[in-house]
Design a protein around this ligand. Sequence first.
Ligand code: IPM
Ligand code: MN
Length: 356
Amino acid sequence: MGKIYKIGVIPGDGTGPEVVNEGLKVLKSASKKGGFGLDLTTYDFGGERYLRTGEILPDSAIEELREMDAIYLGAIGHPDVKAGILEKGILLNLRFSLDQYINLRPVKLYPGVDTPLKDKGPDDIDFVVVRENTEGLYTGAGGFLKKGTSDEVAIQESINTRKGVERCIRYAFEFCRKRNKRKKLTLCGKTNVLTYAFDLWERTFKEVSREYSDIETDYAHVDATCMWMVKNPEWFDVIVTDNMFGDIITDLGAMIQGGMGIAAGGNINPESTSMFEPIGGSAPKYTGKNIINPLAAISAAQMMLEYLGESKEASIIEKGIIQVISKDIKSLSAGKMGRSTTEIGDLVAKYVEEDG
Ligand code: IPM
Ligand code: MN
């Protein structure tokens, strides 16, 4: 028996539990195959628990999760809970508390998947966004003055520290080198308007780049990045950017790779506990119908194994995903797949077991 990985599982809200079940099914097949163990601890944090008990995410749970090898998350967000409470209280709280300073989002079009981009295929759409995940507009810095009056002021500040920016940029250079594709790193910013924050980003990027003479560097404003992602996605290899811009461009990225049904991400702390999730959200209208696409959650499981060092099983899962897409389903969209959520999980698990 190989290693035993301690995984904290947070199925969360809406369709989260359904897709996490399928991801776990596939992980179990991979663990049998790879000879490693999974020690799973499930936590019921999310909207239901909050509405029942008022509890969001106690500090004691954060400390328990800190001791895990990884966290596997379904989705956070409940229609009966005011926007922001669960997102900040659970998802952002974990990202910040566990210092998961990288949000890693691969944008990869698999063969046979429809992209809305005309004349673009898998060779053109294959890049990774490295999003800073603990600073920028997400820290909650700011506040109101004279709230509710006609003199109201609302301030939301973007916090960018040299340390935070530099570790993100370094991670991106290292990642780009290891990925070994086009060896090109693009900084996505807004140096023409955000002349403090992105001045720091640009200076740091240039300085760090001197240590990576094997990596070609490039810069694009965030608006232009959106344009190029649609017009010439093949220009990109790895993109590094701040938290807010990363949030926005990765939804665009998800759309060009076939939609939320396939898009996954990792919240990475390279020195400690990382967390993996499908990025589609809780999709309340599809909840409980067994029609949501679990492939994004299965991709997140694949990323988690890669991160844990089980690269062989990770790539077997990816092969399984590609097989299901090419042989078994009609679409990646919920309700149009021609297969149920559980059937897709079964199929990927079966391909993983049969591999080799
Ligand atoms: C994401 C999500 C979150 C974010 C929300 C749910 C807080 O959109 O992971 O991209 O903005 O980071
Ligand atoms: Mn987002």
